[in-house]
Structure formats: structure tokens, C-alpha cells
Unconditional design. Structure first.
Length: 238
């Protein structure tokens, strides 16, 4: 069970985080949430599609594998791509609200029960705070990641709302040949309907462009070429 506590440089002055991605909750997931803010970087490595969450709402995701429980980007403790999705990059941290002097503000919380969180030197670990109590470069980066994730929630919701209003989301199925080891079927995901996109009225296209979503749409379409990357990684693993 998670144990989220407010991060501070007094109680957690010796805190370290092991950079072992095999210890993360995403180690055995075939996809993770992704957001428009990272689409430009993510599309160079992962297919970006939509999945439905437990409430039946669309969530953009980065595909990490071709079947449930498969993460082809995990190689022992290392991540096999130069860009990691924000939800991977954040590690054992999350953003939450805290109250200081009666003022509510957003703060960083850490899961003390996460196996990556340690107080002693370990292989592949980084310091959260500097010896004199200042922030390490690592935690400064985490703060930026968490801030982007927080701001991305509303943007993502608006993105999906506009796509649905213009009927731009469609389901797809892909059968992938795996060199004599059978065929893998990828289903249960959704992508951009290119035919509908081509027929959109200029007003709808203008709204998508004005809000910065048109470029995200094209990033998602371009990212589908990364299915070949997943196939290559799967064949290498086989």
C-alpha cells in the first residue's frame, strides 16, 4: 500500500531514489498515460493512441508493448528510449495540495513505500537533496514534470472533448506477423479518423489549430509508424 508524505529537506535529507525502472508500477504495463504537452517528443518513440479508462473516458496513451503485461522498453533496470513518458519520469513522486500559514499550495509528495525510495547508498541511485539542504538537479526536474502533468489534465480533457465533438476518434485493429511465431492482434485502442479529419470544415480546423490541438493530432498520426519499433523490439526479445 502506498504511503504518500509531503516531501521536505529536513525529514528526507538523506532520501535517494534508485533509477531502476523494473521496480516501477509501469514495469509490466503495455501502455501508460500520455498528454498533448509531450506528444512531440513521445511520438518519436511510441505509438500514441487512445484507450478507455475505468469510467469509459478516452485517455491518450503511449504503447509500450503489443500485449497485456508486456513492456518492450524495459531492459533489466534501463529504459530503452531517450524520451520517457512523463508518468514514467515522475518516479515515486506525485503532486498534491498542502497548507502553509493558512495558504493552500501545490507540493511534492513521495511514496515512502515505493521500493525505489531508500535512505542509503545503492546502485543506480540519485540524491533528492544536496548535502546543504538545497534541491538536487534530479528533484528540480521532477518538480517540472509534476507541474506539467498537473497542468495537462485540463488540456487533455479539452482535447478529447473537441475530438469527440468532431467525431475524430475511431477504433482500430492491427494484426502483426512475428516471423514464424504467429500473429499478434492489437485491439481495444482508438486513433484519429483521417477521413473525418480531411473532411472537417475550416471553422473546426481553425478551432483545433487555435487551441494547439491540430499539431497534436498530426503527432498522433505520425506516431503510428512506431508500431514497427514495437515489432522490432518484440522480435529481438523473442
Amino acid at each position: 500500500m502506498a504511503n504518500h508524505v509531503l516531501l521536505n529537506n529536513v525529514e528526507h535529507k538523506n532520501l535517494k531514489v534508485i533509477q531502476d525502472f523494473s521496480l516501477s508500477p509501469e514495469a509490466s504495463q503495455m501502455c501508460v498515460a500520455a498528454f498533448p504537452a509531450e506528444a512531440r517528443h513521445a511520438q518519436a518513440h511510441y505509438p500514441l493512441v487512445f484507450a478507455k479508462d475505468g469510467d469509459g473516458k478516452y485517455q491518450m496513451v503511449a504503447l509500450l508493448g503489443l500485449e497485456q503485461g508486456e513492456n518492450l522498453f524495459l531492459d533489466n533496470h534501463r529504459w530503452r528510449a531517450s524520451y520517457r513518458p512523463l508518468v514514467i519520469e515522475r518516479g515515486p513522486f506525485l503532486i498534491g495540495r498542502s497548507t502553509t500559514d493558512g495558504q493552500e499550495k501545490l507540493s511534492i509528495y513521495v511514496d515512502m513505500n515505493d521500493p525505489r525510495v531508500v535512505n542509503e547508498e545503492s546502485n543506480h541511485c540519485v540524491d533528492v537533496f544536496l548535502p546543504h539542504g538545497g534541491n538536487s538537479e534530479y528533484i528540480d526536474n521532477i518538480a517540472n514534470v509534476l507541474s506539467t502533468l498537473h497542468e495537462s489534465q485540463a488540456t487533455h480533457a479539452e482535447f478529447v472533448k473537441l475530438l469527440e465533438a468532431n467525431k475524430l476518434i475511431e477504433s482500430f485493429v492491427v494484426d502483426i506477423e512475428l516471423d514464424g511465431s504467429g500473429t499478434s492482434r492489437l485491439s481495444g485502442f482508438y486513433t484519429i479518423n483521417e477521413d473525418v479529419l480531411k473532411s472537417l470544415h475550416s471553422d473546426a480546423l481553425g478551432e483545433l489549430h487555435q487551441k494547439g490541438f491540430l499539431s497534436t493530432i498530426y503527432m498522433m498520426l505520425a506516431s503510428m509508424s512506431q508500431l514497427r519499433t514495437l515489432v522490432t523490439l518484440k522480435k529481438e526479445r523473442a
